[in-house]
Design a protein around this ligand. Structure first.
Ligand code: NAD
Ligand code: FES
Length: 291
């Protein structure tokens, strides 16, 4: 069992939990995810890692209840436990393999949207610990949905923007990036993590600006183990699976329209059957749901 040491609400419908999981904490790196299961009946839920403390043996998760299992998970309190807390899974961010001296020469920008702000934090924190100062934009619908502002401001140059202008700058993250560039900021590398639609439009913009961009395709995952086939993507025309080949990919090569359409189709039994028919052998189909 994996004990919850701390549980709090960061914003309406956004929860944070610090969980005792020394083996995950000892090995996880920025960009990776884990699978949590609250009890015997609960589903296995892939969750991004928001923070980890190797000495304390803890891992922090941030999530938004979207279905029955995550809603039940949100009811857990400090002192309760997860039955399973498996990880780290997926490939770490490419940044951790780059020589630090090369990273120091780069002007790196992180763009975090909504709940997607959580998986950006370990990357920015890791760079800060290596002596690399990056810029970050956090975008949220309104003031009440801005999360982790204090944590980010301690490890990077932070710009907060809200869609309705109720806090920080006004407008979506794409407008904030356009404004920063107009103000004279130049970037060599961008990491954008948030809703699919946000990542799609950030990539359109950074392609125009000539800024290589990495995105995290966590939102398409279902079982997170390479078995269900839900996270099948087209990246540069090649079939990839977000949970085993990613979750991070070159955003300028991801076919976002196909991924978003497929996500919708995967939600129904009929849609899954159609996907299996269309995708043949490249659809994993190990979930037992596609007959
Ligand atoms: P949201 O809808 O509040 O959007 C967050 C920000 O994204 C907005 O404030 C805006 O700045 C930007 N944005 C949204 N639409 C945009 C557009 N069309 N063009 C430019 N920018 C745009 O976000 P939310 O409700 O907190 O997000 C929930 C989603 O985040 C879920 O779909 C979940 O799957 C996803 N998510 C993604 C990851 C990941 O790893 N990519 C991790 C956690 C959650
Ligand atoms: Fe990747 Fe199921 S989430 S195959």
């Amino acid at each position: 069992m994996y004990r919850i040491l701390q549980a709090d609400k960061l914003a309406a419908n956004i929860y944070r939990m610090v969980v005792e999981a020394p083996r995950v904490a000892a090995r996880c790196l920025p960009g990776q995810f884990l699978i949590a299961k609250s009890d015997e009946e609960g589903e296995r839920i892939p969750l991004t890692i928001c923070d980890y403390d190797r000495e304390a043996g803890t891992v922090t998760i941030v999530f938004q209840p979207v279905g029955a299992s995550t809603t039940k998970m949100a009811e857990l309190k400090a002192g309760d436990s997860f039955m399973d807390f498996v990880g780290p899974l997926g490939r770490p961010s490419d940044l951790v393999d780059e020589p630090i001296e090369e990273l120091k020469k780069k002007k790196i920008l992180f763009i975090a949207g909504g709940v997607g702000t959580a998986p950006v934090y370990p990357q920015v924190k890791w760079l800060h610990e290596q002596g690399v100062q990056a810029d970050a934009i956090i975008g949220a619908k309104s003031k009440d949905f801005v999360i982790l502002e204090k944590e980010f401001s301690e490890v990077c140059n932070l710009y907060v923007t809200t869609d309705d202008g109720s806090y920080g700058r006004s407008g979506m993250v794409t407008k904030c990036l356009e404004d920063l560039v107009a103000e004279g900021h130049e970037y060599d590398h961008c990491v954008a993590i948030g809703p699919m639609i946000m990542m799609k439009f950030v990539c359109k913009l950074t392609e125009k600006l000539g800024i290589p961009t990495i995105v995290s395709m966590n939102p398409v995952m279902v079982d997170g183990t390479g078995m269900c086939g839900a996270c099948r993507l087209l990246v540069g025309g090649e079939v990839k699976f977000a949970c085993v080949d990613g979750p991070e990919f070159d955003g300028h090569k991801v076919d976002f329209d196909q991924a978003m359409q497929r996500m919708q189709q995967y939600k129904t039994e009929e849609g899954r059957a159609m996907l299996k028919l269309q995708e043949g052998d490249t659809h994993h189909g190990g979930c037992g749901q596609c007959s």
